[in-house]
Design a binder for this molecule. Sequence first.
Ligand SMILES: *Cc1c(COP(=O)(O)O)cnc(C)c1O
Length: 400
Amino acid sequence: MPGFEIFGDEERKEVGDVLDTGVLFRYGFDQARKGHWKARMFEAELSERVGVKYSHLCSSGTAALNIALASCGVGAGDEVIVPPFTFIATIEAVLSAGAVPVFSEIDETLCLDPEAIEKVITPRTKAVLPVHMCGAMARIDEIRDFCDKKGLILIEDACQAIGATLGGKALGTFGQMGCFSFDPVKTITCGEGGAVITDDKELYTAADNFADHGHDHIGNDRGLEGHPILGTNFRISELNAAVGLAQLRKLDYILEKQRANKKAIKDALSQPDLKSAKISFRKIPDEKGDSATFLSFLMPDESRARKVAMNFGKAGVDSCFFWYDNNWHYMRNWNHLKKLKSSAMLPVKLLDYCPDYANVNLPQSDGIMGRTISMLIKLSWREEDLTQRIEKMIDVLKIN
Ligand SMILES: *Cc1c(COP(=O)(O)O)cnc(C)c1O
C-alpha cells in the first residue's frame, strides 16, 4: 500500500496552488482561492475513477466509516455484522455510532464469509460491513445478494482496496456506501484523509451535511446556511486534498507496478519444486481486479506459518505480516475490545444485549488466520531487489 513511495513534483505543485492562495478551507472564500477547489476536484475525479455519482471527502477512513454509518441511519442499538480481520478502526466506528459490532467468520478470501452471515443475524441486525482486506475483494456480489434478500444495509470498508474491482465494478460500489482511506500507508495517501462514495443522492446529501456540523451548503453565506441535522466535523483541509488529487492521478501507475511485482513473486512460489512447502494462496474471487497491494498465502498449519514468518524476518525478507499475532488487525489480540476498555462509558455497555466480546468464538477465522502470511508489495523494488527477495523466500520455504 505504498503511495508514499512516489511522492514527487505533482504533489508539490498541487499543494503550491493552495499555499499561493492561503485558502486552506474547502468551503467558501470564492474570490481569494483563485479557482482552486482541491477537495471538490478530488471528489469529481474520484467519482469518475470508481464509477459512482457522488463522493464526499473527509478527514480519514475512520471518519468515512462514521459518516457512512450515520448517513445510512445506523445508530443506537443497531447491530452491524463485521469481520474479525480488519483494522480496529472498523470496529471503533461502529461503537462510536452507538451501534453493536457483531463478529462473523471470514473465509479464505480473508474477508467476511457470505455463507456464515446468516448465523449471526438477529431482529436487531441493521447492516453488514465487510472489509476488503489487503487490496483484494470479499465475495461481495454474494454478500450484496444476501443483504438485498434480507433487507440489510451494506456498507463496504474499502479503505485498503482503492482501484480493486470485481467483474469490472469498483469495490466500494456494491452497497449503499463505500469507504476509502488515504492515510500514510494506503495505496494512495494524502497524509490524513478519507472518502465515502455512493450512487444515492439522499445518502450523499446526508454525508455532506453530517461531516460538516449539519451544514446544508446551500447559498454563498456559510453563516446563513441551514442545518437539517446535527453532525460533527470530519472535514478535510485543502492541503491534504491537494496531495490526494496528485496521488489519485498516479493510481493506474501504482496498480500496474504492484500487479507486475506481485505476479513475479506469486509465479516463483507456484513452481513445481516448491510443492513440498504446501503453500496455498488466498482465494481471490477476481484475480484481474486485485489491486495487488499484498501477496497473502496460507501454510499447512499454524506452527509452520509462525516459523516461516520468523525465518523470513531473519533472512531479510521484510514487510511480511503474520496477522494472527498482530496487535491491530486481528481480533485475537484486541484485549481492549474484549474488555470494552474506553476513556468513558461506551453506549454499547448500556444495552442488555451487549455481546460478551471476551468470548466470541470464531474457529473458522482462527484456522485461516493462524496459517496466513501476507507480504506488502512495494513500488520501489528494482529488478534485482525482486530477484533477491524471491531467492530468499524460496530458501526459507524449502528448508523449513
Ligand atoms: C486504514 C483503515 C481504516 C481507517 O483509515 P484511517 O484513514 O487510518 O482512519 C479503516 N479500515 C481499514 C480496513 C483500514 O485499513
